[in-house]
Write a protein that binds this ligand. Structure first.
Ligand code: MN
Length: 167
């Protein structure tokens, strides 16, 4: 029965089978995990050991890009800002983040962070364990981020509530 329907459709479309027709239609783009190559975060932009995987950047008219970023204990970004902001979806562990002039905040797996546009900040693991998040952001004039100076140990550890510092 299916064979006869395919044959009838092939006759109607001038010999193309439905399968061949589908090959010309838009298809979902899938970047297979096996074809992705994780990289180490540059020492220019990070402190400590950071692994970047799942990196993507969409073409116009989209502006969205992102990556899965894993921070080993003590690792963090340098100070930076995002011209159009950044969403962080935390997938593992506990982390710290701070916007310049504000308190250092702790977050954990399952939390979703929003860093507003043009706010200098950093994010990373705590000294006590690794943290992984998915970062999603949009580019402005071709760039999703402006990198600045490193986060010093004093800045990283500073402002810790006593309970955290004693851990
Ligand atoms: Mn950021």
């Amino acid at each position: 029965m299916i064979i006869s329907i395919l044959s009838a459709m092939a006759a109607l479309t001038g010999g193309e089978t439905p399968m061949q027709t589908q090959a010309n239609a838009p298809v979902m783009e899938i970047t297979r995990k096996a074809d992705q190559t994780p990289s180490q975060g540059s020492a220019e932009f990070f402190t400590g050991r950071v692994t970047i995987s799942g990196l993507f950047q969409r073409e116009a008219p989209s502006r969205v890009g992102g990556a899965i970023v894993r921070f080993e204990p003590g690792a963090r970004t340098a100070w930076h800002l995002h011209p159009l902001g950044q969403t962080l979806i935390v997938t593992e562990g506990v982390g710290w983040t701070q916007i310049k002039g504000g308190p250092r905040l702790e977050f954990q797996a399952g939390d979703i962070l929003w860093c507003p546009p043009e706010h200098k900040h950093w994010h990373g693991a705590t000294p006590h364990g690794p943290m992984e998040h998915i970062a999603i952001h949009e580019s402005q004039n071709g760039s999703p981020v402006t990198w600045m100076e490193h986060v010093t140990d004093d800045q990283y550890l500073g402002g810790a509530p006593a309970a955290e510092a004693a851990r």
